[in-house]
Design a binder for this molecule. Structure first.
Ligand SMILES: Cc1cc2nc3c(=O)[nH]c(=O)nc-3n(C[C@H](O)[C@H](O)[C@H](O)COP(=O)(O)OP(=O)(O)OC[C@H]3O[C@@H](n4cnc5c(N)ncnc54)[C@H](O)[C@@H]3O)c2cc1C
Length: 459
């Protein structure tokens, strides 16, 4: 009864503000069970994101209790005379208002339901709720000795949130982004239909939703590929003053993937640019910043921009000795500044969850909830030297304090049916782009304009 009362109040609010042509009794006849809130605190938190650059309040926030609830709400939106926008919100870690909507409803995925994850040990996959955080997926799968293959650097992001983008980290050169490691999805479409999709079934929807910026449907369940979980990670950082040597070594390391023996291969390759002397090594991304490590870099930091290569190798405790030998053999092939090697061993969970430690530290200093005008770019190999001279050594100089990550991706790991790489001459030569015919068609028809926040595309 209390629920019905609050829902009724909320909907009267909507009727007056967005002209929703709907009687509340109609809504109840759809049997929606979740809470629709117009509480100012809920509206305010749904208008916030990590970027802190865009702040748009929705008319209401919906806390679903099931995927059917979401389907019913979408059906109401689709069938109502004037319609209203709907935007899924995972953990709100977008940087530019991607999960916000001004004249509609934000569906809060992460704080609503947490369905127990279901692991299939034999076929090595897990089924999870779209609003589940990756840290909880990891904890669940580890109980079965398994873990997802591809990660983001930070695990307090929702499954639906990263699968709507790509989910890229230092493992992506090997396994591809997270969107390449999904077997199946349950999706609520813009018409309010609940559909299961995969490579074989409703494949167009599957490919549109993965990397679809939340515009083609709402992910309510994802079936994610798993592998046996390693126990330990050997994590190494070395520093370069020469950009060419740095990128050549990164490219060499990822080129080892797929070659035998497996022993030569790494599990993680990332890197960062240090434009602000050793101070930047202390930034939130670095877990290497022990005082002795910093002092060993003071000398080389005077030379200008530095480049830090981060690599990691997973292993089981019983293989620690052979891991030492493999890593030493690999390091001998690299051209970094010898005095800058720093190595640490940590558990697999601590490695994957490394950014959270920095988050807690920054939160305690009041430095986490600040604006984050972040930008992610794919730069083609042919232009990377030019980019270094113009941007890292040029524009940024010593003026940047934030983390600047730089790491290589194998282009063949970016599945063309899911992502479209836009070149500098967009939109004149779309026909030659590395995309599926469907994506090219969408781009050519100008439907890119439809990819605006809060406008769920109908598939
Ligand atoms: C500290 C930090 C570190 C990060 N590190 C990485 C990294 O290493 N690699 C990387 O790839 N990214 C990284 N990101 C970016 C992050 O992956 C994206 O911003 C991601 O979208 C955030 O997930 P979220 O759950 O907070 O999504 P939200 O911000 O809530 O939503 C993001 C987008 O996804 C849509 N969406 C959310 N849930 C669903 C759903 N269930 N179905 C359909 N659409 C949905 C939203 O509508 C919105 O368009 C990082 C972000 C932060 C803040």
């Amino acid at each position: 009864m209390a629920l019905k009362f609050s829902l009724t109040l909320a909907l009267y609010g909507l009727i007056t503000t967005v002209g929703l042509m709907l009687d509340t009794t109609d809504i109840f006849s759809f049997g929606i069970k979740g809470k629709l809130s117009v509480d100012p605190n809920d509206l305010s938190s749904a208008s916030y994101d990590f970027g802190g650059q865009s702040r748009v309040e929705p008319m209401a926030v919906f806390y679903p209790v099931s995927d059917e609830d979401i389907a019913k709400l979408l059906k109401v939106a689709y069938e109502s005379t004037q319609g209203f926008t709907v935007s899924a919100r995972g953990h709100g870690h977008s940087v530019n208002g991607q999960a916000q909507t001004s004249n509609g409803i934000v569906i809060q995925m992460s704080e609503s339901i947490s369905k127990a994850c279901r692991v299939n040990e034999k076929l090595k996959y897990v089924d999870v709720w779209g609003g589940e955080l990756w840290i909880d997926v990891l904890k669940c799968t580890l109980r079965h000795g398994l873990a997802p293959k591809s990660w983001t650097d930070y695990l307090y992001l929702s499954v639906g949130g990263t699968l709507s983008n790509a989910g890229i980290s230092g493992q992506a050169f090997h396994h591809g982004p997270q969107i390449s490691n999904v077997y199946e999805l349950d999706v609520v479409t813009g018409k309010g239909e609940l559909k299961t999709c995969s490579e074989e079934r409703n494949s167009e929807l599957f490919h549109a939703v993965l990397g679809g910026l939340g515009q083609f449907g709402i992910i309510t369940r994802a079936r994610i590929a798993l592998q046996p979980s390693p126990q330990m990670v050997r994590w190494i950082r070395v520093v370069y003053s020469n950009f060419t040597a740095f990128t050549q070594d990164q490219e060499y390391l990822i080129s080892l993937h797929g070659q035998s023996p497996d022993a030569k291969q790494l599990d993680y390759v990332e890197g960062s640019v240090i434009v602000n002397g050793v101070g930047s090594l202390n930034n939130w991304r670095s877990s290497f910043s022990s005082p002795s490590n910093i002092s060993s870099l003071v000398g080389v930091a005077k030379t200008g921009v530095l480049y830090s290569l981060e690599i990691a190798k997973n292993y089981q405790q019983t293989n620690a000795n052979s891991t030492d030998q493999e890593i030493n053999a690999l390091l001998k092939r690299l051209n970094y500044i010898p005095a800058t090697t720093f190595t640490t061993d940590l558990s697999y969970v601590d490695f994957l969850d490394r950014v959270h430690k920095a988050e807690l530290k920054l939160q305690s200093q009041g430095l986490w909830d600040v604006p984050h005008p972040w930008l992610n770019l794919f730069v083609p190999k042919s232009r990377i030297e030019e980019f270094d001279k113009g941007v890292f050594s040029g524009i940024l100089g010593s003026n940047s304090k934030g983390p600047i990550l730089i790491y290589p991706m194998n282009k063949n790991k970016l599945v063309p049916v899911m992502l479209c790489i836009l070149y500098a001459d967009y939109p004149t030569s779309i026909a030659n782009y590395n995309c599926s015919a469907k994506l090219k068609k969408i781009l050519l028809s100008g439907a890119r304009k439809a990819l605006t926040r809060g406008a769920l595309r109908d598939m």
